[in-house]
Design a binder for this molecule. Sequence first.
Ligand code: F3S
Length: 439
Amino acid sequence: MKILFISLGCDKNLVDTEVMLGMLASRGYEMTNDEQEADIIVINTCCFIHDAKEESIQNILEMAEYKKNGSAKALIVTGCMAERYRQEILDEIPEVDEVLGTTAYDRILDAVDAALAGQHEVMTADLDALPLPETKRLVTTGGHFAYLKIAEGCDKHCTYCIIPKIRGNFRSVPMERLLKEAQDLAEQGVKELILVAQETTLYGKDLYGEKSLPKLLRELCKISGIRWIRILYCYPEEITDELIQVKEESKICHYLDLPIQHANDTILKRMGRRTSKQELIDIVQKLRKEIPDICLRTTLITGFPGETQEQHEEVMEFIDTLEFDRLGAFTYSPEEDTPAATFEDQIDEEVKEDRQADIMELQQEIAFDKAEDMIGREVLVMIEGKVADENAYVGRTYRDAPNVDGLIFINTDVELISGDFAKVKVTGALDYDLIGELI
Ligand code: F3S
């Protein structure tokens, strides 16, 4: 039987997809990208913001057509949207056979059996469960880098965020389990590990009584084959001196993703964030002082309820002063069942978008200047692939996470393959990307 698997949403969801793919492959199912020849279709959904929800629904409806016309025998919906709208999905889209919650994805084989047997049901587990199936993941990211999900859920309860309701409370994956998974990935050829979780900085607090990310990182550094380790989703208030000191390990990328969401104290408080503007300034300055070549990424939300033009300008000034290397701005999306959705002073969509555009325009200038500053520097590049029909390759430096950051283009006749590391001199800048030559 052939399976078509559609994975939507974030890298955390992608890890769940890869676990499910591993389980399906272990049973001998063949994967296909062709809807027409798929016997079973699985969609791993996202519902973080309105657009993600729309995309998930669109995908389910499109795939339901293949069930309707008889070419597909089973349609299964998993992931965040499945968890949140379980019964609604079954009731509203009768072509869906099985709905699998976020903590029940390890039952994907049961779901396939049940769907093929003509059942129509929701399979969920305790929202705070932590499925740890033994089957090896099927890495879908090209083989040279992989995400390592070190924890699940979140306890922070920011007022705009639905995640705790669909992913449960924060719980860490035991360290020995992560080290084994990382070892397996290294044996499969993975050279870059990207640590993800709703929040990575709190890793281990629940299991070991103390924040254990530094210890985990030092242990991961011992795995041969792994050359780069990158950390995403760090909460500013959870960054410790001990974590900063891990900079001395040569495999740790001097790169930190630090989502701050806003810079005005009133809005930060209404968002339920646990930092103030001054604390954010202090941590950024400290990181830059301790690790001068650090590349800092952040995300911001525009048009949170009650955000005034002055508060927006304060964010602009903040960005202008701190000059994050990478930055993404998103418009606020009111999510049902979150406190912020009930706040009365919601902002017009147009204003949210204008403010988002303002921020991105400013960031563009900052990013372009920073790219220019790289010219003349020698950097280590991980090759991502060859540019079609040209003697050129594309890669990433330690300053670039896959899919969200920039790239570097290298013209050369030398044969390179994905996952190779090359020393490159930066010779030019193309907006967010760089151009370089092999040394
Ligand atoms: Fe990720 Fe979307 Fe779920 S962002 S955690 S897949 S709601």
